[in-house]
Design a protein around this ligand. Structure first.
Ligand code: ARG
Ligand code: ZN
Length: 482
């Protein structure tokens, strides 16, 4: 966190308390240039120990309206470089009186920033911070509108594990999947999962290309060879789950038997076998939604659907309301990403260290689906995890704090799922599924972590579950007794 050295934390807090609110007349006139600027400086990081500079402090974003214009690489590119120009209209509420705040923006150049309609000073740092100083300090608890005009060349960004993520330029568009901290590669953002917001995307691309974003398609209009797609995503969403994937897709609409609108996108360039397999998986969406609704509660969002791109980032992502698949959506992965809509998306992460709650639940949900389809049972899948030798490195991961390079490790998925199976064996089906529903009902639309889950599990079951959770998600060893 960035704090003025002269004052220290105590001075800063005291300063924040002592600063009187500006009267409307003062606010209209702007600050007296002779007086010291009022308010605190928002922190440059969201407070996550794994990604210290992702996200920022001092405010809470309520809504992002992103107006993007994108041109993929021109024909037969030697290098994959696209062009993105954007206007981000961000509605945020300061949590303290702010005289300066940060957004995350990586690899794109800000051209202008206004706050509440007035030009603000800004600069970009080498560590991807966009630092904004408005003309006058911003009031805590009140809505402020920040508008950032920005743009630049787009490439193929990589995460700390060297995997592609963010706005990944492809020959016919872009694959946009941003877990964990890749959203800053395409819009100015408070890139921390716990600051959820609603979104609206207005994306203009060359005519013939398709834009698949989150939520519901509101309109599509072509003018002078370019098509503007407007997507509305009213559900609270973590920034890494936003997408505006662009490509040569066939869009297909349907509705689940339960009434959820489904909009799928299959790349027209998929090889026939992958297309057939993906189609077969997507045909099960309605059944899968019903299956998970029985276990986790009502489907939480305005829509669902899948994007199957012929390009690959090497993994799938549970992009909210619109799961993303690289080349092929096999049935188990389709079930996994759908289950994430409840577990990981609707109930979000508080910190990246808590990611076993996303992946453990999604994986466990897949075990349940596979069993129901007559495949491997959850018990068998669990036994397979437990069959790993105690000396296997697999067991050294601290599931509830795997380190920043461990967030996608096998243990997060498999030991995470096995933890839930061990819990289910311990408390029985009735209490286990009551807990699953209570978890979604209590933290849906918000964020929660391991502490909250352990507390709720004990509350719902009335049992002391410390030995179980300590053995399964804390100890860096194979659980033996719990
Ligand atoms: N959350 C995604 C899933 O389990 C996986 C993302 C993997 N990302 C990565 N950079 N390896 O569906
Ligand atoms: Zn997952």
């Amino acid at each position: 966190m960035e704090t003025p050295r002269r004052l220290g934390i105590a001075g800063l807090v005291l300063g924040a308390l002592l600063v009187p609110a500006l009267s409307p007349a003062q606010a209209a006139a702007g600050p007296d240039p002779a007086s010291r600027p009022q308010g605190v400086i928002g922190g440059a990081g969201g407070g996550d120990p794994y990604f210290p500079l992702a996200g920022n402090r001092g405010y809470d974003v309520q809504h992002y309206a992103l107006d993007l214009d994108y041109t993929p690489p021109r024909p037969a590119p030697a290098r994959l470089v696209g062009r993105l120009d954007g206007v981000a209209k961000i509605r945020l509420v300061p949590t303290q009186r702010l005289r300066r705040f940060n957004l995350d923006l990586r690899g794109l150049v800000a051209g202008s920033v206004t706050v509440d309609g007035r030009p603000a000073r800004f600069r970009q740092t080498l560590d991807n911070e966009l630092v904004v100083t408005p003309r006058s300090s911003m009031s805590p608890g009140q809505k402020h509108k920040v508008v950032v005009r920005y743009g630049g060349a787009t490439g193929r960004p990589k995460d700390i594990e060297d995997a592609l993520y963010g706005w990944v330029t492809t020959r016919d568009g872009a694959m946009v999947v941003s877990e964990p901290d890749g959203s800053a590669t395409w819009f100015p953002v408070n890139d921390t999962p716990s600051d959820k917001a609603s979104y609206r995307f207005k994306v203009t691309v060359p005519k013939g290309l398709t834009v698949a974003a989150n939520g519901l398609l509101e309109s599509r209009r072509t003018r002078k060879g370019r098509t503007t797609w407007v997507w509305d995503a009213p559900d609270q969403m973590s920034s890494y789950l936003a997408t505006a994937t662009i490509g040569n897709f066939k869009m297909q609409r349907s509705t689940t038997p339960g009434g959820v609108p489904v909009i799928d996108f299959l790349d027209r360039d998929l090889p026939a076998a992958k297309r057939a397999r993906s189609k077969a998986s997507l045909a099960l969406t309605g059944e899968m939604v019903a299956f998970f609704e029985e276990r986790f509660g009502r489907y939480p969002f305005v829509s669902y659907g899948s994007i199957v791109d012929d390009n690959s980032v090497g993994y799938a992502l549970e992009t909210q309301t619109r799961s993303f698949f690289s080349r092929d959506a096999d049935e188990a992965t389709a079930a996994h990403e759908l289950a994430h809509q409840w577990m990981g998306d609707h109930v979000g992460l508080r910190r990246w260290a808590d990611i076993w709650l996303n992946e453990g639940w999604a994986e466990y949900a897949t075990w349940l689906w596979t069993e129901a389809r007559g495949g491997t049972t959850a018990q068998q899948a669990y036994e397979k995890v437990l069959a790993r030798k105690a000396s296997d490195k697999f067991w050294t991961t601290v599931v509830s704090d795997p380190g920043r390079l461990g967030i996608f490790s096998d243990a997060i998925y498999d030991r995470g799922a096995a933890t839930l199976h061990a819990l289910r064996q311990r408390v029985g089906d009735e209490l286990f599924f009551r807990l699953a529903k209570a978890w979604v009902a209590k933290y849906g639309g918000r964020s929660a972590g391991t502490r909250e889950f352990r507390r709720l599990a004990e509350r719902v079951t009335g049992q002391d579950l410390d030995p179980l959770f300590d053995a399964w998600v804390v100890a860096p060893t194979k659980p033996t007794a719990w």
